[in-house]
Ligand binder design. Sequence first.
Ligand SMILES: *Cc1c(COP(=O)(O)O)cnc(C)c1O
Length: 495
Amino acid sequence: MNLLYNSTRNGEKKATASEAILKGLADDGGLFVPEYIPKLNVTMDELKSMSYQETAFEVMKQFLTDFTEEELKHCINSAYDSKFDTEVIAPLVKVGDTYHLELFHGATIAFKDMALSILPHLLTTAAKKNRVTKEIVILTATSGDTGKAALAGFADVPGTKIIVFYPKGGVSRIQELQMVTQKGDNTSVVAIHGNFDNAQSGVKAIFEDKELEKELAEARYQFSSANSINIGRLVPQVVYYVYAYAKLLENEEIAPGEEINVTVPTGNFGNILAAYYAKQMGVPIAKLICASNENKVLFDFFRTGVYDKNREFILTSSPSMDILISSNLERLIYTIAGQDAQKNAELMAELREKGVYEITPEMREKLADFEGGFATEAECAETIRKTYERTGYVMDTHTAVAASVCAKYRRDSGDGRKCLVASTASPYKFIHSVMTAIDEKYASADEFSLIDELSSISGTAIPKAVEEIRNADIRHRRECDADCMKEIVKEILSV
Ligand SMILES: *Cc1c(COP(=O)(O)O)cnc(C)c1O
């Protein structure tokens, strides 16, 4: 029996996993969610001795039931290979009294690689399965990390084109250079005059534009999404939570069945939702701690039940979390509404029209697994500096938001469970903020001059991704206003 996927805004229509991956977004603008979260059908004891790739197969086959074993294994083995700089793919590092799950060992040194190195393979497999003959155009809005990871994943993949929009001035210099130097004949990168939410709303509007869809179809193109709204992004992210728990067990850091907490630095709510799915699959996770930076919409939401995006957009040193509309939260809203698509659609309409909605008391009760927290810029910097001084470990700004929130949660709640922190980027990627947090003397230094210094103080090798952009040519120079995204897309595709 196939596990089917519902749209969060329409109770009627169902899609298979491969259809959901191909579409990205449902026709009604909703997100695809599995009808139920499947259980793991292997024991933790069995998982303990499995490699990352083997674990990925055990987890993903439960969700992507219309993929054959051969197809899925091919996707997994093509994704999690020597593009990663460590054989274990997602290493677990003990830092003080927490466990950092390092998700930044892929091609672009941020956690988006965990999903975006496999998505192109899932997508091209899904296209074959559904006899799609049109060329797939991946359209992506990025707050910095998704863009490069998607470009790297899709570059020169036959039958695909990729167009990435990022907010000009809203990403780090290294992030921007990573994108504008991207190779591959099928890649385009466009800087938007606006913030990430503008870029994301623009992409959503293009997806919902039926007329454009028809024009494209005539030119034999079809859109798909590499954003974290695609279920093909979410499912691969469940894997590393299962893997991390099994490794904690194997290393005898925890006893069989022992509950742990997980803290996730959150923006679009994809990563933490994957942890929630891992819990529902059977991983003994107690609290899911959602860590925000100063854009603390989610913290306020968990505290009050009101989601209110009407507030100042703050540019922080953790730009990949500078988000006021967390798209993936819709999946959780739909779930806690008892899979009531109509109720969810009403709330999303309120969000679109008024920028705010409030969930019911019954829905709030179903959020007991979640805990919200936030860290200020000062707290984040202090966490980086103190951790470095005490342990020699250097973490990036996003991870520092989570580490800070995790420590505060522990102190304030007295909850002594062991805590896993999702470590989402390499410190090299946000090097200026990281080094300045460690010592103010670096504040005036150029990002590139700090690379060797970070390598020397942390005793870590300079990642290949950083070496590469030191001398790469700039290949993409397009810019446009947020309301001209559709025209730019047509221009790029010559339709
Ligand atoms: C994207 C990103 C996040 C936020 O993850 P979501 O799944 O969007 O919540 C956190 N840290 C880094 C480094 C990221 O790139």
